[in-house]
Design a protein around this ligand. Structure first.
Ligand code: GLC
Length: 548
């Protein structure tokens, strides 16, 4: 069995990782050329976001053909070589499967639009209300109505995301069979894992107006979700104990995740949940500016840690991905304590109970994009909301400030490899601008510095391999009410690990209540510590990982 509890996953956004042919887009050959770098970090798996044929309206999350590589990214031969080269280095590939929706350019949808009943039934077409309004008042996650009118049928189709991403009808057994075929196809290519995109949205419940929210309660963790996931498991990856899976669970509930990622539930190995990354939202509203709520952040992570463990379910743990702003900009300090805070944030995640995910560039302390013009933004969600914010009467300047903090493009700027032109990402013009700080923040520099953020991630990864308490230990929240400190204890077979982190840029103290002098320090982002008996004083963003 793949021991995903001892593993660490590195996420690649191929479009922004490494270009090998000068067209400004990252590609598979580019990834092959960087495998030694990834190997050096020490990770076990690479999750790559979709590189299938796609019109790229949502950067590949709009799939036109699941069986072929988009020529922009390379060829099937490139994929096979990547797979072989990764395997040589002991790294498994995880693919990103988008099955809640397809692209509107997918053959199935094209046939549906042409009036083929079989394929119309692959999607969700509904009549509008009598007054001509869409079937329900649900909102698309990318802004606007979730329904698109098709005049020819006098019907609407559902798209929870962009209008170019029609939702699939999982009620239809033929759809489920097609999806199983696709998963088995990629299993045949030697893939070692899968990430399933927004997979908890595939079972729609009642098509009713939502008078309390944007509609999500009618299709999130829907009525047949567990049945569908068990079926997918049983007919595809469940037959291979080596394959690991992670489900991206949008606005999910913890109770459902006990089942999605339960040890014996035969659904997914683990889940991504996002509640801890909404602590700088207003409820579910992302397009606002509010400072992050530290106590809430702790409470959410602690609750998930404790309750998932109690229910024998497994978390994926992470701060960053291609949909989230850069964590050092978000919860750390881009300035004076850039290095200390990036390391501290890494320490928080990597000692939790769960499989850690690192998003490309996180290990370098890459920061938010700092874009100031809408033309610099490429993301469909950002562009839509920039318009919507202004329609709501928010000034352009204020809308820019919001985008600067929340846009998904913050994490999509090219990987910063060195101080050369375009940060070493491409010889051409990159599809999205390189962060101008690439001369200060880049992989070459990090690799030359023994005390770098990269080196810190390396150490955290190797600690997980060395100390079973990190991989398997029980979890206990500490300092729950402390205004600055994020601390917890892990225990396993008589061993104990204390992870103590100062989340802020000022000194702080904490009375732990146990004699800390009995512990050995496994890792810290400062050279010396102030420990006296049960008292610890922490420097700005100090992180100390103690072991007994
Ligand atoms: C997931 C992906 C995101 C994409 C969306 C629709 O949330 O991570 O990038 O836009 O699903 O597929």
């Amino acid at each position: 069995m793949a021991d995903f509890k001892k593993s660490v996953v590195y996420q690649i956004y191929p479009k922004s990782f490494q270009d090998s042919n000068g067209d400004g887009l990252g590609d598979l050959k580019g990834i092959i050329g960087r495998l030694d770098y990834i190997k050096k970090l020490g990770v076990d798996y690479i999750w790559m976001t979709p590189f299938f044929v796609s019109p790229q309206k949502d950067n590949g999350y709009d799939v036109e053909d699941y069986y072929h590589i988009d020529p922009r990214y390379g060829t099937m031969e490139d994929f096979e070589e990547l797979s072989k080269e990764a395997e040589k280095r002991g790294i498994g590939l995880m693919l990103d499967m988008v099955f809640n929706h397809t692209s509107d350019r997918h053959e199935w949808f094209q046939k549906a639009l042409a009036g083929d009943e079989k394929y119309k039934n692959f999607y969700i077409f509904r009549k509008g209300k009598e007054n001509g309004e869409p079937p329900t008042n649900w909102e698309s996650k990318f802004g606007g109505s979730a329904w698109q009118y098709v005049e020819k049928f006098d019907e609407y189709y559902l798209h929870l995301f962009d209008v170019s991403q029609p939702d699939l009808n999982w009620e239809n057994e033929e759809v489920r069979k097609e999806i199983q075929k696709i998963v088995r196809f990629w299993m045949g290519k030697g893939v070692k894992g899968f990430r399933f995109d927004v997979v908890n949205l595939i079972s729609k419940g009642a098509y009713e107006d939502d008078h309390e929210g944007d509609g999500r309660r009618f299709y999130t963790d829907g009525p047949k979700i567990h049945q569908y996931l068990k079926e997918l498991n049983e007919t595809t990856f469940g037959t291979d104990a080596e394959i690991i899976t992670v489900g991206e669970m949008s606005s999910t509930s913890m109770e459902n995740c006990y089942e999605y990622a339960g040890e014996d539930s035969h659904e997914m190995s683990m889940v991504f949940s996002f509640h801890h990354l909404k602590v700088d939202f207003m409820g579910n509203e992302k397009w606002v500016l509010v400072p992050f709520d530290f106590r809430k952040l702790k409470k959410i992570l602690f609750d998930w840690q404790t309750n998932m463990a109690e229910h024998h379910a497994w978390n994926a743990v992470f701060w960053c991905n291609h949909d989230q702003p850069r964590v050092v900009s978000r919860f750390g300090d881009e300035g004076k304590y850039w290095k200390e805070s990036a390391k501290m944030l890494a320490g928080v995640i990597h000692c939790l109970r769960g499989t850690p995910y690192i998003y490309q560039g996180e290990e370098l302390g890459m920061t938010n994009a700092g874009f100031t013009d809408i033309e610099q933004y490429q993301d469909v969600e950002s562009r839509n909301h920039f318009r919507i914010l202004q329609e709501k009467g928010i000034s352009k300047e204020a809308a820019y400030e919001i985008l600067k903090v929340h846009s998904r493009d913050n994490s999509r700027t090219p990987m910063q490899w060195n101080e050369e032109k375009q940060g070493g990402f491409t010889d051409g013009t990159p599809w999205i601008e390189v962060n101008p700080n690439y001369k200060e923040i880049n992989a070459r520099k990090e690799l030359q510095d023994e005390d770098s953020i990269f080196a810190y991630y390396q150490k955290l990864i190797s600690l997980r391999k060395q100390y079973d308490v990190i991989a398997y230990g029980d979890f206990e929240a500490l300092a729950v009410e402390h205004p600055d400190i994020f601390a917890y204890k892990r225990t396993w077979q008589g061993r104990e690990l204390l992870a103590i982190h100062n989340f802020y840029g000022k000194e702080t103290r904490w009375s732990v209540g146990v004699n800390l002098e009995e512990y050995e320090c496994l890792l810290s982002n400062y050279k010396d510590h102030q420990i006296q008996g049960g008292e610890i004083s922490l420097k700005p963003y100090e992180s100390v990982i103690l072991y007994k």
